[in-house]
Design a protein around this ligand. Sequence first.
Ligand code: ADP
Ligand code: ZN
Length: 716
Amino acid sequence: MHVELRRIFGFQNFRPNQEEIVSALLERRDVFAVMPTGGGKSLCYQLPAHMLEGLCVVVSPLISLMKDQVDAAKANGLDAEFLNSSLSGKERFRVFQALENHQLDLLYVSPERFAMPEFMTTLKQARVSFFAIDEAHCISEWGHDFRPDYLSLSNIVKYFPKSAVAAFTATATHKVSADIVSKLGLRNPHLTRASFDRPNLFYQVVPKDNLDLQLLQFLREHQGESGIIYRTTRKSVESTAEFLQEQGVKALAYHAGLTPNQRKENQDSFNRDEANVVVATIAFGMGIDKSNVRFVLHGDLPKNMEGYYQETGRAGRDGEPAHCRLFFNRSDIVRIRYFIEQTESPAEKKVAEEQLFQIVRFAEANACRRKNLLGYFGETYEKDNCKTCDVCMGDVERVDKTVSAQKIMSAIHRSGQKFGAVHIADIVVGAKTQKIRQMEHDQLKTYGVGKDQDKKYWRRVIDDLLAQDCLLQNQDHYSALELTPKGQQILLGKKRFEVIRQKAVQKASFAGLTGDYSQKLFTQLRSERQRLAQGEEVPPFVIFSDRTLREMALYFPDTPEQMSGISGIGEAKLEKYGDTFMTIIEMYKHMHPEEAEERAILQVPVKIKKSRKKKNGKTVRDTLAFAMQGLSLEAISGKRGLSEGTISQHIEKLLEEGLGNNLDVDQLLETEKRLRVEELFNQHGGKSMKLIIEASGDTVTYAELRLVRAFMQMES
Ligand code: ADP
Ligand code: ZN
């Protein structure tokens, strides 16, 4: 299991729970796993799919994601295909053939396939080792994404009694969990409920004043990174997106008012790193499989904690640090309260109010954000300081409000703990309402003690007291405010009452997991990834994750052995992209010798010691064979599915070893171009390829330079 994890996926270790799940599946046991987004669910079924005889059928609700998932599996060398309505007849035929010939490890299908009797017959003959059901909460009416199609999956156990069934979800309350297990009819499944903690996410709440400018400032500090900005209404999405576009940010809008085509287009450009930012309503959700979302910003207060958790959860799936910032202004509370008032059912109203209270408390409480968020899911966070939230990092200011708190609580106490927030605030400011006269509350000692502040101020103190459990609202008695034991201690002067106010925003102060990598090299590696991705028509993260590029920019690997030590590089990717990226790293080292020297002392954690010489030799010889047939650089690269950079490197090697004496540079590259490159070398010397490329106005590539240089060197 570990050997294959390293060989295929290029990962050093399992993430929490993955190992147990893979083991269970290797024993063909049913599995039910609740893991947060980014927990690494796909590996849990892809690894056993590769190791077990027979086929793994993956059921996934989103047609739009299947292709990316299959591309990602293929990039790791797995035999994967998908079947859905987007395939042409010819493509479908090809997939069915592969199925019949038992050539597949993985087949991704949409749930509606299971309602098709022919498909069942085909599967019966396909030797299914196990089924993996993604987004399994879609089968439950209790969940927030119920899909009637999913109900047909409850037949799997009956039709395929010998195959195991593994169900995965990221969103399950205990009620939904039980429902999934029973609807699917799982047989004594291996149960996993992972922690919902996402240690690589930095949580922060900042005061909102001029949102658009604040967003722009954030984006300026995070140039080149991908992220999502959530806003509540279509109108605000449009206006923020427009503002950012005017400021030169590559931002796109996403909301349910756009046509499905527009939505898909915008999502695709985001996936492909063509747009950096999507400004979206919560309609932008499940379809995001992008692993390198570096920030999620909330321009408005979310409606509830569950939503906030899911939305921020889209950041940092690759395990690299990501930033979650909520811009908060108390006027948002008023806006949400207004909508709650419109609700008709009293039960719904009560739930909505409770949810609002929880999220306000998250934003305002003088306590670790992470602890608060996990507490919502019934999880206890044990550490005192999470080190990755603004409160724990001391990015907030603490203000003593003991006296104000005592004034409020004294009013509550003296009026008999029978009144709600509005009336209590009225007492403290000394308002002359009818109710006050009626109750004779103008006779209370606390009447008017808070005249120096307005009512809004006192409402805020009440909210703060509620948020810190000093007061509670008696739900059975008109939301009357009552003192808790903690509140009483403050009233009696035995404890102080502090609230937090956010300081002016600073840059998040925590170091990345990959620490001190070279930004410049990272940028170059990223543009190469972008170029390759465009060529192969896949999203960039299918080629390498940000994590992988960052490790490269940290360790500067320049041999295949070192390269395979980098997280996320298994055999298939090493073979396909290793040379290309090593070339860039080599060039970079050449141009920054001091930096290169510093890095030389860092050791890439070696995963497998295995000589790759033989294979490399073979792949270079394959290139030679094509070159001997008189093909051009471009054509060879196309035929071999390797980049031009790699092919030119092969040719360089061949020439160095004296094997390419019969090759003609003009066959590989147009004569005109070759002459231009030679002239560029003569003008600028051979030291900096980057300079030459810039001087040429980007009309020549590294691959071409490398090729011509190799021939020039041979001749000289
Ligand atoms: P989920 O479906 O649970 O949201 P994914 O399967 O998309 O998560 O995985 C999230 C990211 O984590 C991917 O980039 C994946 O390559 C990476 N990943 C998964 N398992 C590991 C591991 N054991 N070590 C390092 N990275 C991993
Ligand atoms: Zn914290």
